[in-house]
Ligand binder design. Structure first.
Ligand code: SP5
Ligand code: ZN
Length: 343
């Protein structure tokens, strides 16, 4: 039996955001390096199932195909922030009139849409290597070397769009993976993070060659608040190629599987893609401190099995999931559900 290739680079651990503010309170930042370590350890425990590969570099061009140069410049500007200091954007200009200067860190607020996504001198390094893991996982699948690959991407990516960052995301890892696979065919992205994948939606909103589907908590009450509603179906050529599915707070396996089987699978199959990308967040876990769904560790295997039944070459990109202790077990459970793709 083949192993599932896992892409990760230790450089991704360099960035350690310390705090964010929730309802005026300073809290420990949920997007920690311990998250990645939890996943890494759980995968490492099963060497017969997973082949951990050290991610090589990503070509700058692959970042530039998804993100604009000002955003990339801003992250390199952030490399000059003194060691140990963090820049929390706090001035959010009117984007229509402001003239942003990405060489001035004080202008960072122009390039982001929330206050929970800080910058420091290591943001660039970690975010670039996180994107590299997604890119190389996609490449492995695109080359036909494996029918399934997993990118241990951290920091996450699905909230980041072409020109702005937010929601703990800097580069849109799934979008970068999709651009790579687009060289070979059509791509469907299914986002199972608790939050709406607003960045991914945005990047492919006018695209009819990349189908984007996100299942998430109600944006009326949950981040990202401004997007993720069913009326958002894509525009121009892309009309009909974006789908948002809201599940109620408290949703467990039953409604989740029903949604996958009756809505997601038929939509993906109708699109007839060549590749599937899963933006896999585990903040749908019952104990997650941010999400409000109630999935269990065992449930993720079942969800994986249903997604594997589409039988497409599949790239899994890690997104959220903040109950660190069980995060690794949840990822392993999900990937076991996808093992059927290897045979
Ligand atoms: C990648 C990802 O999962 N990003 C999520 C960003 C969410 N940021 C807002 C967090 C607000 C936390 N509110 C706690 C509510 C507790 N029920
Ligand atoms: Zn999330």
């Amino acid at each position: 039996m083949d192993k599932i290739p896992v892409f990760f680079n230790i450089e991704q651990l360099n960035f350690q955001p310390k705090y964010e503010w929730v309802l005026g309170k300073k809290i420990k930042h949920p997007e920690t390096t311990r998250r990645a370590q939890s996943i890494y350890r759980a995968l490492k425990k099963e060497p017969e199932a997973f082949d951990i590969i050290t991610t090589p570099e990503i070509p700058l061009l692959a970042l530039r195909q998804t993100h604009n140069s000002q955003l990339i410049t801003l992250y390199s500007t952030a490399q000059n922030i003194p060691e140990g200091e963090t820049f929390h954007p706090c001035v959010f200009p009117q984007r229509k009139t402001a003239q942003p200067d990405p060489n001035n860190i004080n202008h960072a607020g122009f390039f982001c849409f929330d206050s929970g996504t800080p910058l420091n001198n290591n943001t660039w390094t970690a975010a670039t290597w996180s994107a590299a893991s997604a890119y190389h996982a996609a490449k492995q699948v695109g080359r036909g070397k494996s029918r399934v690959a997993y990118a241990l991407s951290r920091p996450p990516g699905h909230h980041a769009n072409k020109e702005s960052f937010g929601g703990y995301c800097y580069f849109n890892n799934a979008a970068i993976a999709a651009r790579e696979l687009r060289k070979k065919g059509r791509v469907a992205i299914v986002d199972i993070d608790f939050h709406h994948g607003n960045g991914t939606q945005d990047i492919f909103y006018e695209n009819d060659q990349v189908l984007t589907i996100s299942i998430h908590g109600n944006p009326k009450r949950h981040f990202p608040f401004f997007a993720g509603f069913p009326e958002e179906v894509g525009s121009g050529k892309g009309k009909g190629f974006n789908m948002n599915i809201i599940l109620p707070d408290g949703s467990g396996l039953k409604p989740y599987l029903k949604t996958l089987k009756t809505i997601v699978l038929p939509a993906v199959q109708h699109f007839e893609p060549d590749y599937l990308i899963i933006a896999a967040g585990f903040d749908t876990y019952i104990h997650d401190p941010i999400g409000s769904f109630e999935l269990s560790t065992q449930d993720y295997e079942k969800i994986g099995q249903v997604l594997a039944s589409i039988k497409l070459p599949t790239t899994v990109i890690q997104e959220g999931g903040y109950f660190t202790r069980d995060l690794g077990d949840n990822v392993v459970s999900f990937l076991k559900g996808l093992k059927g793709l290897l045979s």
